[in-house]
Design a protein around this ligand. Sequence first.
Ligand code: 9D3
Length: 255
Amino acid sequence: MTIDIVTIFPRMVEAGLAEGVVGRACAAGRIDVVVHNLRDFTTDKHHVVDDVPFGGGPGMVMKPKPFFAALAAIRARRGTPDAVVLLSPAGERFTQAHARRFVEKAHLVLLCGRYEGIDERVREALATDEVSIGDYVLSGGEIPALAVVDAVARLVPGVIGDEQSVEADSFTRGLLDYPHYTRPAEFEGRRVPDVLLSGHHEEIRRWRRDTALKRTADRRPELLHDAALDADERALLRAWDVPGVHAERQNKGSK
Ligand code: 9D3
């Protein structure tokens, strides 16, 4: 898959793409990420990308023309992209469901804003999707774009060495993860739960499932609504008096 990212801070985005899972996926050619400097698509001497807001008020607004020119250049090179994602605090909350949808696209474009916002005509004419990564104020769309690339890249076949870890991923099941431990078995007076040292694989599996479920019920009960739960898990939740747990319901997808 190919991802074009348009930003006024290309080095910030390049730096984030160079490391870790995404860095290796790029190096291996499993994803092709191209970062474009929005200022390269200006035609004035000073490469201006922002202007004062019509109607007045504080801050600056990103001009539409450089974004339109960037998209035109991307289209000329690779054809019309399958999705153009505007990173914006007013977007839908980005979730694993978006990542699953975006990974099906052969060609994605991510548009990063800065300043108070982007001229509305960019959204209207260019964007197919508009996403936010959460309800906190960042200085622009670059970190959100990196979050989207990371989440999507992990779903590209072969990017995560161990396919099982993608499948077992907490969010794949719609639950929080179980607690993890490694050596030593006792650290600063804190012991690893005996069951994990027991070698009883079935008991370990059940402990992990139960603790993941309990954590989710305690911390993120709203996740249970869409989680892929079997009859045993529903029975546990009812035993713990977690509200809103009904008898078996067909879940979307597998499990
Ligand atoms: C203080 C300015 N805000 C007034 C309500 C509006 C605002 C404009 C531009 C807030 C943040 C930004 C820059 N942020 C993004 O472009 C952004 C973002 C974010 O801030 N949080 C979570 N996800 C995203 S995606 C893009």
